[in-house]
Design a protein around this ligand. Structure first.
Ligand SMILES: [Zn+2]
Ligand SMILES: [Zn+2]
Length: 425
C-alpha cells in the first residue's frame, strides 16, 4: 500500500531532531512571551483566498480544497499566518490587541514533486499583532537569529522592503515596463501579467533580473525609513545580514520589511517572514499592524542531522545480565525507572567523567533491559550496539559478588565497575 504521492513518513533520527526543535522553540519563544496556539488543520478555504490572493501560486495551484458534505468549501491549511489572523480576530483583537503567538504543526501544499519539497511539511511560526514600530521588525528578526544560534545553526539573513500600497504600484509598473520586451521564461510571462514582482524570484531569468530596477529607489518615505531603521539596528547589534532587493516573498499579503534566512552551505531558505500591516483588516478585523515568520522544520532538522557525528547518534543505556545477575538486573531496572535521580549521588573520583555521561543518558536517553537473558552476554551486547545504545550495564556473576555493575561505553569499549550500594539500598 503506497503513501499519498509527495508525502512521507518521518522516523528515526529525523523525528528526534524534529521533536528537539519543536520543544526548543516552545521553550525559547514562550520565554519571550509568545503564546502557543494550535489551530485546526482544516479551515474554510475562503480565509486563504482572502489572505493569499487569488493570483498567488498557492491558491492557483497548490491548495488542497474540497467540498465538505454540507456544501462548504474547506482546505488543508497551506500556511499558518491566515489561521493565526482568524484566531486573533476572533479571540484576542478586542481583549489583548497586542499579542505574540507561536504555532507549530503540519502544512499542506500540492507542489510539483521535486527534491526536498513535500506536500505535507511542518512549520514553526511566530506572529506579532499590534506592533507598529521598526524596532518590532528588528526584535522579530533578531529573535529568530538568536533562536537559530541557540540550536547551533549557522545562518545568513537577507532583508528587503516590498513597499506599501502607496509606493509599490509605481515600482510594479516600472518592472512591468522593464520586463515587457525581455525574453522571459514561460512562468514569468504569466507573472508579468499578474504580479511582475514575482519575476525577481525566478531561478531561470537571473541575468535579466539582475538588471531590473531596484525597489529601494521607489520606496516612499515611511517604507524607506523603516527599512533603514531595521538595517541600522541589525548592524549595531551585529546580526549577520545582507540587504537584498530581490527578496519579494511569494505571499501577497506582505507590506514593508521582509526577510529570508538561509543556511550558508547550500543557500537553502530555512525561514522567512515579514510585515503584513493590512492583512488583519482585510480579513475583517480592526486595522492592526502585524508581522511574523515561519521556519521550515524539516529543513532545519536536516541541517542538524548532517552535523551529528556517529558517536552522537547513540543514546541511552541497555541492561544485560547472565543467569546469576538476572534478579539484580531487574531490581536495578525498576529502581532507576521509578526514580531517575537515584544516580546523582554516585561520586567516584577516578571515573566521574564517565559516570556523569551515564547520569546524562539516564536522564535524557533511553533506558531498556534485555528480555533475552537466556542468550549469551555477548549477543545481548551486540543487540544493544545494533540499536545504537550508548552504554551497556552488565550484571554477571562477578558483579553480583561485588555488589556492583559493569558499565561499558559501546563506542570506545571503555569499561568500569560501579558499586550499586547507593542505588539498591
Ligand atoms: Zn511605502
Ligand atoms: Zn522566469
Amino acid at each position: 500500500m503506497p503513501r499519498v504521492s509527495g508525502t512521507r513518513d518521518i522516523f528515526g533520527e529525523e523525528i528526534k531532531k524534529i521533536n528537539f526543535l519543536e520543544s526548543k522553540a516552545r521553550e525559547f519563544f514562550s520565554k519571550l512571551g509568545f503564546e502557543e496556539i494550535r489551530t485546526p488543520i482544516l479551515e474554510y478555504s475562503e480565509i486563504f483566498q482572502k489572505s493569499l490572493g487569488e493570483g498567488s501560486e498557492i491558491i492557483m495551484h497548490q491548495m488542497y480544497v474540497f467540498e465538505d458534505k454540507d456544501g462548504k468549501e474547506v482546505a488543508l491549511r497551506p500556511e499558518g499566518t491566515a489561521p493565526a489572523v482568524r484566531f486573533y480576530i476572533e479571540n484576542l483583537m478586542n481583549k489583548k490587541p497586542r499579542t505574540k503567538l507561536l504555532y507549530i504543526g503540519p502544512m499542506f501544499r500540492r507542489e510539483r514533486p521535486q527534491r526536498g519539497r513535500f506536500r505535507q511539511f511542518h512549520q514553526i511560526g511566530c506572529e506579532m499583532f499590534g506592533f507598529d514600530s521598526p524596532e518590532s521588525d528588528f526584535y522579530l528578526i533578531s529573535t529568530l537569529s538568536f533562536f537559530l544560534k541557540e540550536i547551533g545553526v549557522e545562518h545568513k539573513i537577507d532583508i528587503n522592503s516590498v513597499g506599501c500600497p502607496i509606493c509599490r504600484p509605481k515600482y510594479s509598473q516600472k518592472l512591468k515596463e522593464f520586463f515587457s520586451n525581455k525574453p522571459l521564461c514561460s512562468d514569468c510571462q504569466v507573472r508579468l501579467k499578474i504580479n511582475p514582482m514575482r519575476i525577481l524570484d525566478c531561478k531561470k531569468d537571473i541575468q535579466i533580473v539582475n538588471e531590473a530596477p531596484d525597489i529601494r529607489e521607489f520606496l516612499c518615505e515611511k517604507c524607506r525609513s523603516s527599512l533603514k531603521n531595521v538595517v541600522d539596528n541589525l548592524k549595531k547589534y551585529k546580526i549577520n545580514f545582507e540587504e537584498n532587493p530581490k527578496i519579494v516573498r511569494g505571499l501577497e499579503y506582505y507590506t514593508g520589511v521582509v526577510f529570508e534566512v538561509f543556511f550558508p552551505e547550500d543557500n537553502l531558505a530555512i525561514a522567512a517572514g515579514g510585515r503584513y500591516d493590512l492583512l488583519v483588516e482585510s480579513m475583517g478585523g480592526n486595522p492592526t499592524p502585524a508581522l511574523g515568520f515561519a521556519i521550515g522544520t524539516e529543513r532545519l532538522a536536516n541541517i542538524l542531522m548532517k552535523k551529528i557525528k556517529e558517536d552522537e547518534k547513540r543514546d541511552g543505556i541497555f541492561i544485560c545480565y547472565t543467569q546469576e545477575g538476572k534478579e539484580k538486573a531487574f531490581e536495578f531496572f525498576t529502581k532507576i525507572i521509578s526514580d531517575l535521580h537515584k544516580f546523582e549521588n554516585i561520586q567516584k573520583e577516578e571515573n566521574q567523567k564517565m559516570l556523569n555521561e551515564l547520569i546524562n543518558e539516564i536522564k535524557n536517553g533511553r533506558i531498556d533491559i534485555s528480555v533475552e537473558g537466556q542468550k549469551s552476554l555477548k549477543s545481548q551486547i551486540r543487540y544493544a550496539d545494533s540499536q545504537n545504545f550508548k552504554f551497556v550495564i552488565i550484571f554477571g556473576k562477578d558483579e553480583v559478588i561485588n555488589n556492583s555493575f559493569s558499565l561499558k561505553k559501546l563506542e570506545s569499549s571503555e569499561q568500569i565497575m560501579v558499586s550499586i550500594k547507593e542505588i539498591l539500598s
